[in-house]
Design a binder for this molecule. Sequence first.
Ligand SMILES: [Zn+2]
Length: 374
Amino acid sequence: MTVHLFRSDDCEPEVLSDAYNLLCSFPGPMQFSIQPETSYFSDFTEPSPEDPFESIQKTNYCASIEEPAGFESRFFARYTLSWQQIFEHCGHLRQQHDIGDDEFVILLTSHNNNLNWFSAGNPQGPRDHFVHTEDWDYFVGSDRRFPIAYQIATGVLKKFVFHDYADLNASWHEEPRGCMLDFCKNKRQVSLKVRTGDICTDCLSLFKDRKAPSDLMEQVFSILDGIRSHMLFKSRFQISKKVPELHIEGRNKDLVFPELGRLKLHLNPLEKTIYLFFLNHEDGILMSHLPDYRKEIEHLYLSLSTADSIASIERRINDLVNPHSNSCSEKISRIKRKIQESLGEQLAQHFIISGANATPKRIAFDRSLLVSAP
Ligand SMILES: [Zn+2]
């Protein structure tokens, strides 16, 4: 069964590819497919009076108690779509890509939705689903890949168990139990269910009674278990100090952390060239010595698939190794920011390229944890 993942143009491509990479690391009957095309919403009008989803209950966008700083301004700065608009859009995508009725269309969007849900399936029947990609840092305090993947996996499973929203409504837990059927009317309650990654005994017997496919349940539970342990890996780092392995994978030499839910560092080819170069030199390199390594750097750059012309490659590399240019330092700072955003401040210390002025720049990471995978 294919689950097609789409994004609307407002949602960054990395959000989609990160969720996809995470989900793909858990094999099972759901086969995830990522769609490169983006879709656009241009109409943000109020829902029509005949909005078919009017009766569905709203969730509160935030706790009634203290809201986190900056939350409100960020929330209200975004456009709001009605569910009707979102699901019409999913319908178009389904048609446009000739997706069969038994397959799923999942749309990731950063726009708010008028009923304010984190994610929802189409109440009118088709296997269409949307997931809101924003505010997870406020509500779960984690990397958003995890809650987004959670919503996708449990959304598909629920479609196999519940006939319609009336049926689903009868099973929601108004009081949170740390179960995938927690309604989370107050959006802050979502943290418990994502972090617990569990299903309560009532729901488990219901799913079994309704003959939810066991291989699908198994895949969803392994995704939830994985999410839980990945989320814990980072928070436990403060105590365990266990540094994860870093893998260099495939022709594009992707930099992947398998123990962090296959988290990938999104570096552009020049940034990746610099990073791989410093990984090769465990003892570090003085910036003023970079011209001596021009050949190695050029070779690394050429090994990454880029569409540059020879002249532009020459120019970029010359600039990079020129001790009087800021090119390399700027890229090192950008790489540092990306690693800190992905790993958090503490864990990032092991992976950033650092060193005081006039001393060699190096990556502290223990190279016995570096794996080159085909
Ligand atoms: Zn339950």
